[in-house]
Design a protein around this ligand. Sequence first.
Ligand code: 13P
Length: 251
Amino acid sequence: MRRPMVAGNWKMHGTRASVAELLEGLSDQSLPDSVEVAVFPPLLFIDRVVEGLQNGKIAVGAQNCAVQAEQGALTGETASSQLVDAGCSLVLVGHSERRQVIGEGEQQLIEKFRAAQAAGLTPVLCIGETLEEREAGQTLNIVGSQLGSVIAALGIEAFTHAVIAYEPVWAIGTGLTATPQQAQDVHAAIRAQLTAADAKVAQAVRLLYGGSVKAANAAELFGMPDIDGGLIGGASLNADDFGAICRAAGN
Ligand code: 13P
C-alpha cells in the first residue's frame, strides 16, 4: 500500500505577513495521519515555516536546489545539504516553470536529483507535456522521455527514495484540470515504464498529479488507482482549501 502524499507548492508567493497567516491556518487543519503532507515555501521563508510547523505533521521541502550537494562557491544557489540543515526533507526537481521559464535542462535536473539524494533529500521529479505536445499525440513520448532520462542516468534504484509528479503544463494555473481518466492513463504509463525496469520499485513509488487540483476535484482524481496524491499550486495558498485536499486524499 502506498501512503498518499499531498504537497503544496507555494511557488513565488508570500510575504512575511501572509506566510504567518497561512501557517496559522495550517495549524488549525485536521489532517489525516494516513496522508503525508508537505509544503514547499519560497526559500526565503523555509526557516520560519520549519519553525512554525513544529508539530511535525507537515514536512517542508524546497522548490529547487543546486547541482551540487555540498556548500561551495556558487552564488545565488542553495546546496541540498544546506536545505537538510534548514529542516527540509524534500525538494522539487524539474518543475515545468523551471524547465520552461528558467530554461533548466535535462542534464541540470539530473544533477540536482542526484545532489538532493546525496544529501538525504527526497526529490519530487516533475514531468509533463505542453498543450501543443498533447494535441500532437506526444504526451506519453514526452513524459516517457523525461522520466527515461533520469532512469538512464541514475538507475531505477534512484526511485526507491523519490516521488514523481505528473503535471501537464496546460493544466498548471489555468483552471483546466486533466480529467481523472486522462491523468490515470498517464500515471499508468509512468508506472508501466518503471515496472519494466523494476516491478518492486514501481509498486512503491508515489505518483502525484498536479495541475489545477482543487478541493472540489481532488477526491475524484485521488480515487484513481495510480494517482497517489497531488502537487497543489494555487489552492495550497489557502489553508482551508489545502486542508480539504489533504482530507480528500485520506478517504
Ligand atoms: P496549480 O495547482 O496552481 O495549477 O499549480 C500546479 C503546480 O504547478 C504545482 O507544482
